[in-house]
Design a protein around this ligand. Structure first.
Ligand SMILES: *Cc1c(COP(=O)(O)O)cnc(C)c1O
Length: 388
């Protein structure tokens, strides 16, 4: 038997904060508890039928059975460019300013490998999507956490980042509409970020996974709509949340051609692109009639209303989401994040995610994902009411 030793980069992964909760969840399920699991950011609604049918037609075509190109079929990249034009009035060159990804997580995880040398800094929002700091760690970089606090509307305060950190920073991740806080960002914030990026030569990577999961008819803007954005960065996007296609593994990055070429260098050496049948079905997805998307949004909007009004009526302090399918709620006094999650799990059979799992500034919060039917969400509120 050889002595199997993990590499330092794997050993230095942050501790898995959900282990205790996972164990309690398994125990609850073993006891036969009817668990309402609101901890998973994966929509329960199936992919729209016309997209599934496009996939059925595409999968039989022999030309799709070979290696795809890592950068994506030109027809797919053209559909992305048209989508950006129609959605945001942003003009993109499909050949140089659009890159296909095997889900946006893949691109987010890989981009530090293209631009970050050991010891370089990456500016990372916290609480935030764990892939930003982990991708940074795998590249040997150092994450500098930018706290997202309620008093700043969950926007990072750039003025508190030390000058020497800014000078060493190569990349900055931003994510609006935000997971886990559900906050949005105004144009003025992006302008500030772009000015900072220009001053300190920082590449901005904006994660827009939730730009189409919005409520009250108020569509969030694209980072690329802002003057100067394309000079400093790129935007990551995904079909996962927009079209309920999390299992299909397709996303894309758009914007600065040099930055995309750098990411493409990593990808061409590591992967072989997205299955072309998936790309072909995704062209159909991107051309989906807006009425169908409006119906999908209405499903999440109804759930949001039930959960937001329900928790608020119980006296919990909740951020009302304008987008995303998450609710970010303050835990009641006397609990911390993990303790409150455990309390709800053990006494109400409702599972949320402890805010601290997304980074230290998330302590004191719980995230509920609206990924269960509205009847179950109503029941979750009733059950929480009994144990508060
Ligand atoms: C879901 C999610 C993604 C990635 O989704 P993919 O399925 O990999 O495209 C990226 N960023 C955030 C914040 C997410 O919540």
């Amino acid at each position: 038997m050889i002595d199997v030793q993990l590499a330092d980069r794997v050993r230095s992964l942050p501790p898995y904060l959900f282990a205790t909760i996972d164990k309690m969840k398994d125990e609850a399920l073993a006891r036969g508890v009817d668990l309402i699991n609101l901890s998973i950011g994966d929509p329960d609604v199936p992919t729209p039928q016309h997209i599934v049918e496009a996939m059925q037609a595409a999968v039989v075509k022999a030309e799709h059975h070979q290696y795809p190109s890592y950068e994506g079929m030109l027809s797919f990249r053209t559909a992305v460019a048209e989508w950006y034009k129609a959605r945001f009035n942003v003009t993109l060159d499909a050949k140089t300013e659009v890159l296909s990804l095997i889900g946006s997580k893949e691109g987010i995880g890989h981009i530090p490998l293209a631009f970050v040398n050991p010891g370089d800094v990456v500016l990372v929002p916290s609480p935030g999507y764990p892939v930003y700091p982990v991708g940074t760690l795998f590249a040997g970089g150092e994450s500098h956490l930018m706290p997202l606090l309620e008093k700043n509307n969950y926007l990072p305060d750039f003025t508190i980042i030390p000058e020497d950190v800014l000078k060493r920073a190569k990349l900055m991740f931003l994510n609006y509409p935000n997971n886990p806080t559900s906050a949005g960002a105004p144009k003025s914030f992006y302008e500030e970020a772009i000015a900072l990026a220009k001053k300190y030569n920082i590449i901005i990577c904006h994660d827009a996974a939730y730009s189409e999961v919005y409520f009250d008819g108020e569509r969030p803007m694209s980072f690329l709509e802002v003057d100067g954005a394309k000079e400093v960065g790129i935007e990551f996007h995904s079909l996962s949340k927009t079209y309920n296609m999390t299992g299909w593994r397709i996303g894309f990055a758009v914007g600065n051609a040099q930055v995309l070429a750098g990411l493409g260098k990593i990808k061409s050496n590591l992967d072989s692109g997205v299955f072309q049948a998936v790309q072909e079905a995704s062209i159909v997805a991107l051309r989906t009639d807006d009425a169908i998307l409006a119906d999908l949004r209405r499903i999440f909007e109804e759930r949001r209303d039930v959960m937001y009004e329900g928790l608020t009526s119980l006296g919990l302090k909740v951020q009302k989401p304008q987008a995303t399918f998450y609710l970010w709620a303050k835990v009641p006094d006397g609990h911390d994040s993990s303790g409150f999650v455990a309390h709800l799990l053990n006494n109400a059979g409702v599972l949320g995610t402890p805010g601290v799992g997304f980074g230290a500034p998330g302590e004191g919060y719980i995230r509920f994902a609206l990924t269960k039917p509205v009847g179950r969400i109503r029941e979750a509120v009733e059950r929480i009411k009994k144990v508060l």
